[in-house]
Design a protein around this ligand. Structure first.
Ligand code: NAD
Ligand code: ZN
Length: 349
């Protein structure tokens, strides 16, 4: 078992423990209090883990309601958001009651935004069940839904009372969804931790607690410096500018993790060409991505990528901030003039 303490606008613990779902009720009572819990989950996770969570909540004295969404990104939408708010209101939830988000990033983002909004903020606990949610979306306090015009366009910064990560739940993930999370794990290692990079030479599944804990600590430290995403937090976007462009070009048939994998490889190649890092460093990054059965080669040409990258909502003014590796475990942000982006991308693919 590992505990990572977060100090942000709210202080709370992230508990990373095999089997933690069985004692989640007691952990939540201590961290969040309240009388009632609304478990928010999707239809796949519901069948796998909601029963275990509900038993533990009931044993801790909570009255439990359950709200189930269809699995998949399309549920991170305004309609499900309003349906959830109405459900909470009809069941007379109050500000001191708790929303428990049991699932991947879709459930966590939607439930978190509902918790931030309902009665202007009710208690909220994250129980991530995907690797991506464990190392990324459950940490840092960003919540959101998608709008017709794009992903994550409405949301709030809202910290939970606790994050309870029972990594035993990752055993039921498909290889593909597990690999998506591995792309984010590789990202953390490249930007911040050469020892983690060395650890990843053997599979994540051989030491999940160590890997998740280290990733969460890295994200925690970055977020502590920049909770509201005004500067430093940008380093978490390594591989993401090109990654998002790949996802968008595929009409989101290429997953986020695969997009990020391709993006990291492209940036690593361009970074060697521009002299930000050595060819050896680039080779190590590409080998690592391949080791986790993630794609290393971009299926799109430079014009397609540049067009989508420039419409990215993270862009500010006449330059684009690109995170480049300088060596394994270190990175920096390069402000590239917008009209030089196409050259950079061409050097990467
Ligand atoms: N808030 C943030 O900071 C942040 C960061 C990164 C990503 N995100 C968001 O996270 C979302 C992606 O999250 P995700 O990759 O977890 O996707 P997801 O929530 O859609 O989960 C992927 C699939 O895995 C299934 N699943 C979940 N847990 C399972 C388990 N233990 N066993 C078997 N199947 C399981 C789900 O039903 C779903 O079909 C995106 O919407 C993205 O925008 C948010
Ligand atoms: Zn990501």
């Amino acid at each position: 078992m590992a505990t990572v303490s977060v100090k942000a606008s709210k202080n709370y613990d992230i508990i990373i423990e095999k089997g933690a779902l069985n004692r989640a009720g007691a952990i939540m009572k201590a961290a969040a209090g309240g009388e009632k819990v609304c478990v928010v989950t999707d239809d796949i996770v519901d069948g796998l883990y909601a029963g275990r969570l509900t038993s533990s909540l009931t044993a801790a004295g909570y009255a439990v309601e359950k709200f189930v969404i269809p699995h998949g990104e399309q549920s991170k939408c305004a309609a499900e958001f309003i349906r959830l708010l109405n459900f909470l209101a009809r069941r007379r939830f109050t500000r001191t009651d708790v929303i428990a988000a049991l699932g991947g990033g879709v459930v966590g983002d939607l439930a978190g935004f509902a918790a931030a909004s309902y009665t202007r903020g009710m208690k909220f606990v994250q129980l991530p069940t995907t690797l991506l949610a464990a190392v990324d979306s459950s940490v840092g306090g960003k919540t959101a839904i998608d709008l017709d015009a794009g992903k994550n366009l409405a949301g709030a910064f809202y910290q939970p009372e606790a994050v309870i990560c029972d990594y035993e739940t990752l055993d039921t993930l498909s290889d593909e969804i597990f690999a998506d999370g591995c792309a984010e794990v590789i990202k953390y290692a490249v930007i911040a931790d050469s020892a983690l990079f060395a650890l990843l030479q053997s599979p994540v599944k051989a030491h999940p607690e160590q890997v998740i804990t280290r990733c969460v600590e890295i994200k925690r430290d970055v977020v502590a410096e920049d909770e509201f995403d005004t500067g430093l937090r940008r380093i978490l976007n390594f591989g993401h500018t090109i990654g998002h462009a790949v996802e968008a070009n595929s009409d989101f048939t290429i997953s986020h993790g695969k997009g990020v994998a391709i993006g990291m490889c492209a940036v690593a190649k361009a970074s060697a060409a521009y002299g930000y890092c050595t060819k050896d460093c680039t080779g190590k990054i590409i080998d690592m991505v391949a080791r986790y059965a993630l794609p290393t080669v971009c299926p799109y040409g430079e014009p397609q990528l540049t067009a989508k990258a420039l419409s990215d909502k993270k862009r500010r003014g006449s330059t684009i901030g690109l995170v480049v590796p300088t060596e394994i475990g270190k990175c920096r942000v390069v402000e590239l003039p917008v009209d030089e982006l196409s050259d950079f991308i061409r050097a990467g693919i």
